[in-house]
Design a protein around this ligand. Structure first.
Ligand code: HEM
Length: 453
């Protein structure tokens, strides 16, 4: 019998659309439910579940997909105990050309091998080093944010994370011109993942994205010899230094691909989460005070790795933000073989989707799920304990986010400096308009006002 890896490699590029035996509908002719998918993804999911139940088919972005909604669906797809699902073949559709060979674009044994090597960069000792680098970068970065006047939080946090990313990930202190060039190259590459026209015409999104990718490749490639020699502790040196059990290191081209993918995996997800967190804290000032009080117990100007794990209420706020606003509301896979879920046949090469966002609002698992209530994470209430897959903002199983601790640490360090310096508010009655897919983002940039404490 062929292995899952062999089966995945043999799948045709185009997904299997023969899924009409699954309850659901194809939406409008040609465009299917693409409009609803892009403009109101949570509403569309709710409607489909109420009409067809927790296993349904739909058509969006010109392909049919089978949704398995709820914690059992998350578990079946993400834990993938039977190795039925390829991550690579699902993500290839959007990411293959711009972010090739990243971890999410690898499967089974090959994925396991690369993931194990990369894990070295996320262990405690290197993490302690990143904390040391992030503190001054974040503290200096927020110092000149505009006070007492409304501004777009999203734009500022995006720039801050790009700048600190260059330092912490690449270990590069870039001059302003160089930083601008690299940041723009990165933004262009990410934008291209959503391009409708996916071939280069000078000036179009795809052209700029491919050019951006090339700039990043050259920049990273040129630094590799120096990074292989250095023990500077930044992320890039860690990846260059990482070895498998036999002492083999990653090739230069693997280092380039992993570094570019890591920048991608880390950036928009953290930007999204911090924007949602600041919005929720601005709307719930009592929690802003509670988190600030926790921060004020720390005497030094910088927070240490150990102190970060003691920030209990801040941890609850981080998790509650991810429950209400998971950066990735849905996670796709491709079936490498025919399989069965709760009596439904999933054909080979069908696209299947897990739905963390929907699961995070199911009243069977969460008390008043629409309410921002960080205490649900307290040991006394521990609402998350009913099902291992009821909370899946970082996915689960073999592809569970490799940077989840990094993301929590970075978010807490940001809050530490931000809330000790500023109080944040939004205009009374303001509701942040959210674009949910492919990554949750404020449509208006999140309009906030900050004042110095
Ligand atoms: C709050 C911020 C973040 C969120 C919500 C998030 C979410 C996710 C999710 C849902 C996945 C699984 C995708 C799938 O199964 O198809 C994932 C994978 C991944 N994430 Fe994150 N992520 C965040 C931050 C980061 C950071 C900071 C890094 C790196 C420093 C990172 C690196 C990765 C990598 C490498 C993978 C692929 C893992 C694999 O395929 O084995 N993420 N992330």
């Amino acid at each position: 019998m062929s292995s899952s890896a062999e089966l995945a490699a043999q799948l045709p590029k185009k997904t299997n659309s023969h899924v009409t035996h699954i309850p659901g509908n194809s939406g409008l002719p040609v465009i299917g439910s693409t409009y609803g998918f892009l403009t109101d993804f949570p509403g569309l999911t709710k409607k489909m579940v109420s009409q067809y139940g927790e296993v349904y088919r739909s058509n969006a972005l010109f392909q049919n997909a089978i949704s398995l909604v709820g914690p059992d669906g998350n578990e079946f797809i993400l834990k993938d105990a039977e190795r039925n699902f390829s991550s690579k073949r699902a993500w290839d559709t959007v990411l293959e050309k711009i972010f090739p060979n990243g971890l999410m674009l690898r499967d089974f044994e090959n994925h396991k091998y690369h993931r194990k090597i990369l894990q070295g960069a996320f262990k405690k000792a290197p993490m302690q080093g990143y904390v040391g680098q992030m503190n001054p970068a974040i503290s200096a970065g927020i110092n000149h944010w505009p006070v007492d006047a409304e501004f777009k939080f999203f734009d500022h946090i995006k720039t801050l994370l790009l700048d600190t990313g260059a330092e912490v990930f690449l270990g590069a202190t870039l001059d302003e011109k160089e930083a601008k060039k690299i940041n723009q190259a990165f933004i262009d590459a990410v934008d291209a993942t959503l391009a409708v026209v996916r071939f280069p015409i000078p000036g179009n999104t795809w052209y700029r994205g491919m050019k951006g990718r090339k700039i990043l490749e050259n920049f990273i490639q040129a630094l590799i010899p120096e990074k292989r020699q250095s023990s500077s502790g930044d992320f890039f040196s860690q990846i260059c230094d990482a070895k498998d059990e036999d002492g083999n290191q990653l090739s230069d081209s693997d280092v380039v691909d992993h570094m570019i993918f890591l920048l991608f995996a880390a950036h928009d997800t953290t930007t999204s989460t911090l924007s949602s967190m600041i919005y929720l804290l601005a709307k719930n000032p009592e929690w802003q005070t509670a988190v600030r009080e926790e921060m004020e117990n720390i005497e030094n100007d910088n927070i240490t790795y150990d102190e970060l794990s003691n920030l209990e209420k801040t941890g609850w706020v981080f998790k509650e933000t991810l429950r209400m606003c998971p950066a990735l509301p849905t996670i796709p896979r491709r079936a490498v073989r025919e399989c069965e879920y709760k009596g439904y046949r999933i054909p080979k090469n069908a696209t299947v989707s897990a739905h963390p966002l929907y699961t995070h609002f199911m009243p069977e698992y969460w008390t008043n799920p629409e309410t921002f209530d960080p205490e649900r994470w307290s040991p006394e209430r521990a609402e998350y304990k009913k099902h291992f897959f009821q909370f899946a903002p970082f996915g689960g199983g073999a592809h569970k986010c490799l940077g989840l601790n990094f993301a929590e640490i970075q978010s807490k360090i940001f809050l530490f400096h931000f809330l000790r310096t500023y109080t944040v508010s939004v205009t009374p009655g303001y509701t942040m308009p959210v674009q949910t897919v492919p990554i949750a983002m404020p449509k208006d940039g999140l309009l906030v006002t900050i004042r110095r404490n």
